[in-house]
Design a protein around this ligand. Structure first.
Ligand code: SF4
Ligand code: SF4
Length: 263
């Protein structure tokens, strides 16, 4: 969820304390679920498509739109708000979030935001994570007395599981504004998008094209990605890193050439 003019720029750590409580009786209940830009992560799409009993393609078509990030040229799926006066989230009702136990990572984090900074170390530059608070005038949660650390908030909201599954993809996402990195062409953008979000299509591509004749993938991985979406997210990151030429994260088979020509 983002409204950047409301962001308090101080940087906080996992130990930082804050007071907050969000509950059904609060007068701003669901006010934060309208007119917001919620960037979806791969695991958000997995959880929501399962919740709704639809394919990743149908979920993306109905509930999201693509936004190309200006700095990195990466394509991201953004949750599509309703096309009405209030631009409400399609999953909100007066009773609250109808997909609460499968809500996206950014909804879980709120009112905490996450960022990274490049820090110079003896071993070269590393990304350092920090947290910040999003204090919006309509949110009364900060007036409540329940105390948290950012760490206990993350656990309570079960966002630590999301971060674990999305870790490799998040590392890709943070590769913004790298000097000398060429922008992704439309074909690479579409491969990035499919392997990040449209996992049912990605699986179909792996198992019905010459993919497994071209790339040398071990049997254990092949078995896992047949059915396990969390494994497929990790494999998708390997594929995107290969496509973006960040590393040789996939190896070609010795006779790959004949399949590539016949594709
Ligand atoms: S998914 Fe749920 S929590 Fe997130 S904005 Fe929509 S209604 Fe609110
Ligand atoms: S505005 Fe704040 S307190 Fe109110 S429902 Fe949203 S998160 Fe909870």
């Amino acid at each position: 969820m983002s409204k950047l003019d409301s962001v308090v720029p101080e940087k906080y750590t996992l130990d930082s304390k804050f007071k907050f409580r969000c509950h059904k009786g609060i007068k701003c209940f669901t006010h934060c679920c309208s007119n917001v830009e919620i960037l979806l992560t791969p695991y958000d799409v997995v959880r929501l498509k399962k919740r709704l009993g639809i394919s990743s393609g149908d979920f993306l078509e109905k509930y999201s739109f693509i936004k190309i990030d200006e700095k990195s040229s990466h394509p991201y799926a953004i949750l599509k708000m309703n096309d009405d006066e209030r631009h409400r989230c399609p999953f909100v009702t007066d009773e609250g979030c109808t997909v609460y136990t499968d809500r996206p990572a950014n909804c879980r984090y709120y009112p905490v935001g996450q960022g990274t900074l490049k820090k110079d170390t003896e071993d070269g530059p590393v990304d350092e994570e920090f947290y910040f608070f999003i204090r919006e005038p309509h949110c009364y949660g900060f007036h409540e007395k329940q105390q948290w650390t950012i760490e206990s908030w993350r656990k309570d909201q079960e966002v630590d599981l999301y971060d674990q599954v999305n870790r490799g993809w998040r590392a890709l996402q943070l590769r913004k504004n790298l000097l000398g990195q060429p922008a992704l062409d439309p074909q690479k953008q579409s491969q990035f998008y499919m392997a990040s979000y449209d996992l049912d299509k990605f699986r179909e591509f792996i198992f019905t094209s010459n993919f497994l004749n071209i790339f040398d993938i071990d049997d254990e991985t092949v078995e896992k990605i047949k059915t396990d979406d969390k494994e497929l997210i990790q494999f998708g990151v390997r594929y995107v890193r290969y496509v973006m030429m960040l590393e040789e994260s996939l190896q070609l088979k010795q006779d790959a050439g004949k399949y590539r020509k016949n594709k």
